[in-house]
Design a protein around this ligand. Structure first.
Ligand code: NIG
Ligand code: FE
Length: 391
C-alpha cells in the first residue's frame, strides 16, 4: 500500500483535543501527517515524520479537516432568483416557492438533474467540502422521490428521504392522504435508497402530529431521523427531534428556553444554516446561547434554490462568526466535527489517526482566514480519502 506524507503544514487543525495545543481544534504547528489506504496513519510535528513513499509539501499553508455539509437539497432543477429579488424588496419567505421547484424537478430528465447536481457538488468540493448529505423533497410523488434519491446516491451515501417537505398541490384538499402516502408506499420505495428520514415541521409545512407520524414510520422502516424545525416560528420541531433521539434538528431560529434545555440534555445536534438566514433575511439563530448551554452545534449550507442557494461552507463560517457571534474556532469545529456528529459519523470531521484523510489545504497561514477573508477563494485544494477531488 502506497503511503503519502503531507508535510510543510504551517498550521494543522486536527480536531483532536488531545493533540497539539490542547484546544478543541487540536492545532499542531509545523506539522505533517501520513496517509495510508485513504486513512490518517500518523500525525505530528514534521520533524518527527516517518518515511513515506510519496511527499506532498504544502509549503507553510494551513490544513483543516474537510467540511462536512450535513444539510443539502442537492438534486433539483430550475432556479428562483425572482423570488429572491422579491424577498430583498420586502416579501417574507414562506416556503411557498417549493412548489415551483417541484414542478421544474418533475419536468427535468435524469441527465439534467445529474448534470446540475454534479455542478453544485463541484462548487462544494472546490470550497473544501468532502462529505455532503443530500435530501429528496422536490419530487413529492413516489416516482419522483425515488428518482431523486437514486440520483443523490450517485453523489453521496448520506441520503435523506424528505417526502414530508410540503404537501403537494394535488393533495391540498386532503393532507391526511398525502401523509398516508409518505408513510406508506412512498416510504416503502424510498427507504432502501436512504439512510435518513426528515420532516419539515413548521408553519405551512407539517404540524406536530403529522411530523411524529412521519418520523415514526421512517424509524419503523429502519431509517435514522433528522428534522427541519423552528425555522419560521417557535414550534414543536426541536422538542420532537430530541424526544425521538434525532441526530440533528436544523435551522433553530426560534427557540424557547425549554428547547435549549432539551437540546443541552439530549444527544441531538443543533444544525445552524446561516446561508438560509442570509438569503431570506431572517433573524440568525442565537448560536451563543446554544453553545454556552453546552449544545453541540453544526453548520451547513442548506443548499437549495429557494432559501439558500449557497454551496460554500467558508461563506457559512464567515456568517456564523460575523452574524452569530461564534468564534472562528467554534465555527470551524461546527463545520467539520459538528457536521460529522450531525450525521452520526466518527470516521470523518477530524484528522486524527484512523480517520478518513479528508482535508482542505488553505491558501492562508491560518484557518482564521476562512472567516477573516470572506469571499476570497481561500481553499487551494480539497482531498478525500487521500485523493485530490478539487480543483
Ligand atoms: O431547508 N425549510 C424547508 N426547506 C428548505 C427550503 C426549500 C425551498 O424554499 O425550496 C430549507 O430552507
Ligand atoms: Fe433544508
Amino acid at each position: 500500500m502506497t503511503s503519502t506524507l503531507v508535510t510543510g503544514i504551517g498550521e494543522l487543525v486536527t480536531n483532536d483535543a488531545t493533540a497539539g495545543d490542547g484546544s478543541a481544534l487540536g492545532i499542531v504547528r509545523d506539522a505533517a501527517f501520513a496517509v495510508e489506504g485513504g486513512r490518517v496513519a500518523w500525525v505530528g510535528p514534521a520533524s518527527d515524520a516517518p518515511a513515506c513513499d510519496q511527499v506532498l509539501d504544502v509549503e507553510g499553508r494551513a490544513v483543516v479537516p474537510g467540511f462536512v455539509d450535513s444539510h443539502t437539497h442537492l438534486v433539483f432543477a430550475g432556479e428562483r432568483s425572482a423570488e429572491f429579488v422579491a424577498r430583498m424588496a420586502g416579501e417574507p419567505y414562506t416556503g411557498g416557492g417549493i412548489a415551483t421547484t417541484v414542478a421544474a424537478t418533475r419536468a427535468a430528465s435524469d441527465d439534467e438533474l445529474r448534470l446540475q447536481a454534479s455542478r453544485r457538488l463541484a462548487e462544494m468540493r472546490a470550497s473544501g467540502t468532502t462529505t455532503i448529505e443530500a435530501k429528496s423533497g422536490y419530487g413529492l410523488s413516489v416516482a419522483d422521490e425515488t428518482r431523486i434519491l437514486r440520483i443523490s446516491r450517485e453523489f453521496t451515501d448520506e441520503t435523506t428521504f424528505l417526502g414530508a417537505h410540503v404537501v403537494p398541490a394535488e393533495y391540498a384538499h386532503d393532507r391526511a392522504a398525502y401523509v398516508d402516502l409518505v408513510c406508506g408506499p412512498m416510504l416503502a420505495e424510498c427507504a432502501p435508497l436512504a439512510r435518513w428520514v426528515d420532516v419539515f415541521c413548521d408553519r405551512g409545512a407539517f404540524d406536530e402530529e403529522e411530523s411524529r407520524r412521519v418520523l415514526q414510520a421512517g424509524m419503523d422502516a429502519g431509517l435514522m431521523t433528522r428534522v427541519h424545525g423552528n425555522q419560521l416560528e417557535p414550534g414543536p420541531g426541536v422538542r420532537i427531534a430530541v424526544e425521538r433521539g434525532a441526530a440533528s434538528v436544523d435551522h433553530c431560529n426560534h427557540l424557547s428556553d425549554a428547547d435549549v434545555d432539551a437540546l443541552a440534555e439530549g444527544s441531538t445536534v443543533a444544525t445552524l444554516l446561516p446561508g438560509a438566514d442570509f438569503s431570506t433575511r431572517a433573524p440568525y439563530p442565537d448560536a451563543r446561547r446554544l453553545i454556552d448551554a453546552g449544545v453541540t452545534v453544526a453548520l451547513a449550507t442548506d443548499c437549495n434554490p429557494g432559501s439558500s442557494y449557497v454551496t460554500s461552507m467558508p461563506l457559512c463560517l464567515a456568517l456564523a462568526v460575523r452574524e452569530m457571534h461564534m468564534t472562528p474556532a467554534e465555527a470551524l469545529l461546527a463545520a467539520t466535527l459538528g457536521g460529522a456528529q450531525a450525521l452520526r459519523r466518527d470516521d470523518i470531521g477530524t484528522l486524527q489517526v484512523g480517520a478518513s484523510a479528508d482535508f482542505a489545504v488553505l491558501d492562508a497561514p491560518s484557518y482564521v482566514h476562512l472567516a477573516y477573508r470572506p469571499g476570497a477563494p481561500i481553499v487551494a485544494t480539497t482531498w478525500r480519502a487521500g485523493a485530490r477531488i478539487a480543483p
